[in-house]
Design a protein around this ligand. Sequence first.
Ligand code: OXD
Ligand code: MN
Length: 601
Amino acid sequence: MKNIAPAIFPPNGIGDTKPTNQAVLDWVHEIGNLTKPENIFWCDGSERENEFLIAESLKQNVLIKLNEKKVPRSYLHRSNPNDVARVEKVTFICTPTKEEAGPTNNWSDPADTYSKLYGLLNGAMGGRTMFVVPYIMGPPDSPLTKVGFEITDSKYVVLSMRIMTRMGKIALKRLGNDPKAEWNRGVHSLLDVDPDRRFICHFPQDNTIISIGSGYGGNVLLSKKCFALRIGSYLARKQGWMAEHMLILGVESPEGRKHYVAAAFPSACGKTNFAMLIPPAHFNGWKVTTVGDDIAWMEIRDGRLFAVNPENGYFGVVPGTSYKSNPNAMKSIEHDTLYTNVALTDDNDVWWEGKDGAPPKHAIDWRGNDWTPDSKEKAAHPNSRFATPMRNNPALDPDVEKGEGVPISAIIFGGRRSDTVPLVYEAFDWNHGVYLGATMASETTAAATGTVGKVRRDPMAMLPFCGYNIGDYFRHWMDIGKRLTNPPLIFNVNWFRKGENGKFLWPGFGENMRVLKWVIDRCEQTGGALKSPVGWLPSPHDLDLEELDIDHKSVADLLGIDHEEWQKELAEHKMFFDSLGGVVPEELQKQREQLVARFNE
Ligand code: OXD
Ligand code: MN
């Protein structure tokens, strides 16, 4: 399957919707002169354009059409096997000084980096079509919504951007003709998909991103990690709002009382599953709805935090997705879905490890090779993905398009921890909550290249996505707290704690509703809790565990604070803060000392 394909030539009326904003035209002209494409295709986001691009992608072997009966209007793409995940080691924040990027980011000098990347981009689109993709992030009538343009030489990127963002004329309208208007400039070229010539560079001061040498979504759908999080977090601090790696869900009681919750978990730790949770039968009448599954943009109004999902689709991890783990995701990806790096069955259906039912007797794996259940290789890449419109989600929240966003009652942090961290606990106050976020850790996953399963500190799940100095980011969180008269309560969860037998103690998935219910009870001041050194902990009877097949010992283990494990944890908090080289705000250092003191009481 091809990642790189030659130019395409659209008929009249397709690919010719030029913006009228002179600043955009000048920039496209500049990048065109540099990359020297065969032609320029101006996207308008129309159905006709989409059909044309899909037809050309099929002809050029960029996409495979899936079985129309089994997965209507859906396609499979295979990325280069050297290019299957985000690559953090070649992701750079290019600020005038290294301090601005801070200790957690790779930094490179903006002038040097432009010069190096422009060198690599020189003539890079020769013989190819250069697509100009206008898009907005956020609901069309939200004050938080922002405009971006992505230039790319990949049809797969254009088709994915159409799913993941509100793309086309809507952005041209929102931008208007003011040459000084704020918009994000994104340049992407596959080059030759060579890992040695792969760079994802952000220039926050210029609102610019340049990504080259990759075709993997997280590196090249520039709206998502690059704009909505890295550049977004920089703009958010400057402009007084928040850009966070958080799902947003609504939870409604049988009596019709509704709360919204935002939750930050690192990549591939179940944000999509939590955002689409279906309550178990015991919670008859409770409803969970999805506002977003990956990114939240939040601002303060009337002393409260309001959130919008800037995206328009879901780019989720496929393996493990099943009717057991996430029925709403399964329904969402049954049609109109763009799959990447899953297996293809003999009847052109898709398959992956963890899908319901028996594995196929034969399939073509994600690399394009024959596969049988006896094969040693995985059929689907562990980081294979679906891109699907949020409209496909049967549990989509009715207020997802609301410009003012939804009011957030609780923020939840969480990671993948086999030990130490209890199932759920609540921070004593906002700044303590910021400390919980700042020190959260998780076992690494296949979402980024590198070792899988190693515990790493991932503050607010933003380690790979904070576009500026992490110390200033912590300070920004505390400044936001000062401006909130009605702040969300802050919690920490861990679905992944294991027992002595090495098995997960908590069933997870829909049963996470039991934890969510306690969170809501706490927001409504009806839920009980015990004071512990780490925060407010539910006692077993504060959690609704009725009709759940779990023994007392497991519940005690899930909620337990093991002092020996916590001594190690506290030492790691200190080591982490020390490793940040003096940028951690005084208040968080104080929080750490208070935590240590509570353990010694
Ligand atoms: C993602 C990620 O793709 O966090 O959402 O890597
Ligand atoms: Mn993510």
